[in-house]
Design a protein around this ligand. Structure first.
Ligand code: NAI
Length: 657
């Protein structure tokens, strides 16, 4: 048998069992590049000459099983022919794998994503290893494309269409236990018995698991109904002109039994769409953010957080969730208690299936009213009131007690880092680590360099942010940094529209139609009108224009938004009570977006971030700015390039209306 493979290794055992190890050359992670897939096809040809008693496909990488197709090759998406070739490649090879005469099994440990799961689905059996790192998903929809290598056919046939569509339309992942429960895996086993379990199952002759009767009906005569329901669910989240892929997944399953090649016209639209290109761009922007801090071997284990309020409490909880030992300081135990209670809820939610992990996380979060933890911490994060003198006094004291190499950071939103740093003997030690509210939801964290911040401290701060699984964005100290500097003018524009008499509902509907995850008026209510007022003052230096009239009125009467039960909307059970939205005036969304685009451009020009790509990454991951646009700078470019941009209603509109 040929052994001349770069990416695969064949091992024959007694009884004719063959192990096929995927070990992508020159890479830490297995991806199914054109070359790796081509070789896999050759492996199948070689095995045909002497069919094994059973074939087990496993990964030789510690990182995981297979992370998916090689996203770098997605540049082929530019042409219809390229897209077709990309789909054909995996579709045919995995059909071939599904059709071999001998039993096949995928042994899945760690991530098993996209094309990797499609490969596993083409095997007769799947064994998953029960570890937290094991995650199975078809996340293609997040890149604006579809699981064209058989996922749309085999996932519904394996776990039933309701669960399959849910996974494919959201891109979300399941862990090993859930995979077993869904029937996606035949067995879920601990690592120490995984090889034996795989050997036994592949040679067992056990018939393929049959789909329960109800699921067969749903994958047959009741398909139309299932599709209708799925379409309604997608429509509530994503508009087809912005995100065509989820709709195409439903149609391809419904009309072509998941064969993307048969839905050629639709595929050409999907794969050639600006959305797919822009979402692939967003994927690489995210990779770039993930790379920050990699050049630094700082591994924080102990974190000390001062201020157990809205932010400090949630920052501390997040750090404990991610495995750090955290001490949380405030002026009294009573002030710390609510934060601990919130944290307990977060841990319960995150570790729903593992009570022990939830308890360990809570054990790692230590109330520390005296602040003893400061002298042992690797990272100290200050999140007390927005008061310059209080912060100065705190840092002067902290500097004396902190370990010499510990990172000293402030979470301030509006104070100048340089103004706080004057209280330090060594002002270079201070950096900003600026989280967003709610901490558990927003992936971005701005890492702020002040004029005198030490570059090594900044790198350490970024490594820490990666260590708690957030995306660090390096920014320079400037009012509002990046995210608030672009959100401020955007929210201001929306509130000026309110003052003109346009209903909040209409404004929010216009921006949601543009692709924002939440309308700007609802956002102001969520952030809190007190914070919006303060942010407005800070961004304009306290001078400039009057604040929006309605904002000032509501604020003056103590209606602070969601937290007080009323702001621009009335809030019941955490939901804004909206009346009908009314007709959206032409150009309304563009008028409110324009200041955001302008502010982003200014931040790039002024060097708040190093380049336009980082600005796009920050605005997308920090505000949820419509990802299908590829970010504000990309949006401006697209608009400039062809003089026209896709309009909200799918028609074309001229720029600068
Ligand atoms: P908060 O008012 O909810 O909490 C502040 C906490 O700090 C209080 O529990 C208070 O008892 C405690 N505190 C005050 N002085 C202290 C001291 N000397 N020692 C120990 N504890 C002390 O405030 P919030 O909203 O959490 O903001 C904290 C910081 O985070 C501020 O700098 C703010 O600019 C920043 N920030 C706030 C965001 C938000 O959406 N609320 C978002 C991002 C940053």
């Amino acid at each position: 048998m040929s052994t001349s493979y770069r990416h695969w290794r064949i091992e024959r055992e007694a009884e004719g069992l063959v192990w096929l190890w995927f070990d992508k050359a020159d890479a830490g992670t297995n991806t199914l590049s054109a070359e790796a897939l081509g070789e896999f096809d050759r492996v199948l040809t070689a095995l045909e000459q002497a069919p094994p008693a059973g074939l087990i496909i496993a990964s030789a990488k510690t990182a995981g099983f297979v992370a998916g197709a090689d996203v770098r090759e997605f540049s082929e998406l530019d042409s219809a022919a390229g897209a077709r070739a990309l789909i054909e490649r995996g579709w045919h090879i995995f059909n071939r794998l599904a059709g071999v005469s001998y039993p096949t099994l995928a042994l899945i440990r760690g991530h098993c994503l996209g094309g990797g799961l499609e490969l596993a689905l083409a095997c007769r059996y799947r064994v998953v290893v029960d570890e937290p790192v094991t995650k199975l998903a078809l996340p293609e929809v997040m890149l604006g494309i579809v699981p064209g290598w058989g996922g749309m056919k085999r996932l519904p046939a394996t776990i039933g269409p309701a669960a399959a569509l849910d996974l494919m339309l959201t891109g979300k992942s399941v862990d090993a236990k859930k995979a077993r429960r869904l029937g996606l895996a035949d067995e879920c086993v601990p690592p120490r018995v995984m090889d034996k379990a795989a050997r036994t199952l592949v040679l067992s002759g056990r018939p393929r698991r049959a789909l329960p009767f109800m699921h067969r009906l749903m994958n047959g005569p009741l398909k139309g109904l299932v599709a209708k329901k799925a379409r309604a669910q997608v429509a509530a989240r994503a508009r087809s002109e912005h995100y065509p892929a989820p709709y195409a997944i439903i149609d391809t399953w419904l009309e072509h039994d998941g064969n993307a090649l048969a839905a050629e016209r639709q595929m050409a639209t999907i794969f050639g769409s600006p959305t797919a290109k822009n979402l692939v761009r967003v994927f690489f922007l995210q990779e770039r953010l993930k790379g920050f801090g990699k050049d630094c071997d700082f591994a924080a284990r102990r974190v000390h957080v001062i201020g157990a309020g809205v932010m400090g409490g949630d920052i501390a909880a997040w750090c404990a969730l991610r495995g750090m030992t955290v001490t949380l300081q405030d002026q009294s135990v009573e002030r710390i208690a609510p934060a601990i209670a919130r944290a307990a809820k977060l841990f319960d939610r995150k570790f729903r299936n593992d009570r022990r992990q939830a308890r360990f996380a809570l054990d790692r979060l230590i109330p520390d009213p005296q602040g003893h933890g400061a002298s042992r911490a690797d990272v100290i994060i200050e999140a007390i009131f927005e008061d310059l003198e209080a912060k100065r006094a705190l840092f002067a004291d902290l500097e004396r007690r902190a370990r010499p190499h510990a990172v000293l950071a402030s979470n301030t939103s509006s104070l100048r880092l340089e103004d706080i740093a004057v209280a330090l003997q060594d002002p270079a030690r201070l950096v900003g680590i600026h989280f967003f509210n709610p901490v558990a939801m927003l992936p971005l964290v701005e890492v702020v360099s002040g004029a005198r911040s030490d570059a090594l401290m900044v790198r350490k701060a970024m490594a820490f942010v990666r260590g708690i699984d957030k995306l660090p964005l390096p920014v320079r100290s400037a009012p509002g940094f990046l995210v608030n500097a672009v959100l401020g003018p955007y929210m201001l524009a929306a509130l000026r529209c309110v003052d003109e008499g346009i209903a909040a509902e209409t404004i929010d509907a216009a921006l949601e139609a543009f692709g924002m995850p939440i309308g700007p008026v609802e956002l102001v209510d969520t952030v809190g009108l007190d914070i919006a007022m303060a942010a407005g003052k800070a961004l304009t230096g306290g001078a400039a224009d009057q604040p929006p009239r309605r904002l000032a009125e509501l604020h003056g009467s103590g209606r602070l938004g969601r937290k007080s039960g009323e702001g621009f909307y009335r809030w019941i059970d955490g939901k804004a009570q909206k009346s009908t939205q009314g007709e959206i005036p032409a150009g309304l969304a563009e008028r409110i977006i324009e200041p955001l685009l302008e502010a982003t451009r200014r931040c790039v020009e002024e060097g708040v971030v190093d380049d336009g790509d980082l600005a796009d990454a920050g605005v997308i991951f920090g505000t949820g700015f419509a990802p299908f646009t590829g970010g504000p700078m990309n949006y401006l470019r697209m608009r400039g390039a062809d003089g026209e941009i896709p309009a909200i209603d799918g028609a074309r509109i001229a720029p600068n209306h």
